[in-house]
Design a protein around this ligand. Sequence first.
Ligand code: ATP
Length: 269
Amino acid sequence: MTDIPESHPRYASLVARERVTEGVKRGFTSCQGLIAQGRGECFDYLLGERTTYSAEAATKAAAALLLLAERPALSVNGNVAALVPEEIVALANALAIPLEVNLFHRSEERVKKIAELLLEKGAKEVMGEHPDASVPGLEHARALATRGGIYDADVVLIPLEDGDRCEALTAMGKKVIAIDLNPLSRTARKATVSIVDNILRAVPHLTDQVRQLSALPRTDLERMVQEYDNEKVLRDAVQEIQDHLNRQFSCTCTHRRRGAESTISLADK
Ligand code: ATP
């Protein structure tokens, strides 16, 4: 990989680009995955490349939901494998649950490569190479799922997923946790819990929460899930973007108007 100096102001973003590009070169990420990463980066920029309060709340609710689940499953696609292979394996191992490879642009070769990568990173069980069921409402390749994995799960984590699949899984009665930087995406709006955060920050954070909350009694976890309001969290995420932009604009004006006593912000307009 290219040597990127850690002092570079866009270090994390450049490392992520390198990882996705490497994923394409090694054959487990699709070319379309590069474009999906670009869309995500744009929203991360608008959020200020930080974990917001709303993402924090969603991550806690997601951890509670995973701990309460009877048969949780984690879905892995080419971008997830490229960006957070060790971290997604650590999450699966913390919960002692399987990972299932599921690809929008499915090829048997890519599924195999991702499964091998996850096993190499310490995964105990990786499904997806031999799907034996179909998610209703999706066309053939995207519908493929595995019994004992995503097909039978009551709670599914779908990082960087498209809206149709999220909607189809919800229609099966599953509780769906999305990780998606775009609070306006169909996935974010259809999911039960939407973590609007970069997967690079979200997955390790979710694993920490799983470890911390596992000490709580079930009744506390149930209360956390009941009190969670996904629509409010998405509204808050949009507000956090607006607030961040207002602050940026206000700073820019202060710099430009050297010596000026007041600053101009969008709120003044
Ligand atoms: P939808 O169908 O839900 O409206 P979409 O058509 O934008 O979404 P895709 O093109 O499949 O879906 O993109 C996947 C989603 O993943 C995008 O919403 C993008 O913002 C998000 N995304 C991409 N990279 C990251 C990342 N590193 N972390 C978190 N989210 C990301």
